[in-house]
Ligand binder design. Structure first.
Ligand SMILES: [Zn+2]
Length: 287
């Protein structure tokens, strides 16, 4: 824990140093533009081709070919989902929560992209609809769909509370990926990664900078929709925290399923669109 009071006296020019205005680390203006109008025109032609119901306190995998859409919906009751995404062709290329945060901020919504890990670092999905975009930031600094959390996991739970809880999102995603790939949990566990916290309402406390959660504003019928930029394998866990209003890593909270639906647009409805190539850096690292 940090000390309650600093051990060092502030220098004379502390106020000046602290008053310097921040600059945005990664101004997004030079990123490739997001053709939302093109995506939406294609979406208007799309038909549902698949659906997967994620049971409460469990996870399942789903596949979305490049150029199709997938929607995550709240059904039955307020529920948070922990989303992992991999390249369907190579699970070593996966969602990079930290870089997505650096580019788009702590919480994502319509028009933001989800980026893949090095050395690929390309858009893997683009958010095309978000029925919770009205929420913005609340008075506590909270917002929805964060890329600041990691996922609830049995290791942190063991550290903080002891015991062996097996339905944290980390374990749910591990079991789902193992089943999908036909491999053991031990073989696939390292492919489970920091998530997009779908529908979760989170932030950092203003006074201590601590990660907080509060009851999700999501209600049945709300959804978050994505355009698949590359062939995707998804994993979604219906978090044991339910709406994450009080606790996770237990069976205490009321939990509900989540619905994943996949939509395929008509042939020829994405004129000029091509799946992004991997990053242009030559990977020689100055050698
Ligand atoms: Zn969770």
């Amino acid at each position: 824990m940090k000390l309650d009071t600093p051990e060092n006296t502030a220098p004379d020019d502390a106020a000046n140093r602290k008053s310097i205005a921040p600059v945005i680390c990664y101004p997004p203006e030079t990123l490739p533009p997001v053709p939302l109008d093109l995506y939406r025109a294609a979406r208007a032609t799309a038909q549902k081709v698949d659906e997967v119901l994620i049971p409460a306190r469990d996870a399942k995998c789903f596949s979305v070919p490049a150029g199709q859409f997938f929607r995550i919906s709240s059904v039955e009751g307020p529920q948070v989902g922990d989303l992992n995404l991999w390249s369907a062709n190579d699970v070593r290329e996966r969602f990079y929560s930290g870089k997505t945060r650096a580019l788009h901020g702590t919480h994502v919504s319509t028009g933001d992209r989800l980026w893949t890990s090095f050395p690929h670092m390309r858009p893997m999905a683009t958010i095309t609809a978000d029925t919770l975009d009205w929420y913005g930031f609340d008075a506590f600094g909270g917002s929805v769909h964060d890329v600041i959390g990691t996922r609830c996991d049995p290791y942190t739970n063991n550290l903080l509370s002891g015991g062996q809880y097996h339905h944290c999102c980390h374990s749910n995603l591990t079991r789902a990926l193992a089943e999908h790939l036909g491999r053991s949990c031990d073989e696939v566990e390292s492919h489970v990664h920091d998530v997009l916290n779908v529908f979760m309402c989170t932030g950092f406390t203003r006074d201590t900078g601590q990660y907080f959660m509060k009851a999700s504003p999501v209600r049945p019928g709300d959804y978050l929709e994505f355009f698949a930029e590359i062939d995707l394998l998804g994993g979604l866990s219906a978090c044991p925290g339910g709406d994450c209003s009080s606790e996770h890593s237990s069976d205490t909270a009321a939990c509900y399923p989540l619905l994943v639906e996949v939509f395929a647009p008509e042939e020829g409805s994405l004129p000029g669109w091509v799946s992004p190539q991997r990053n242009g850096y030559d990977q020689s690292h100055g050698v």
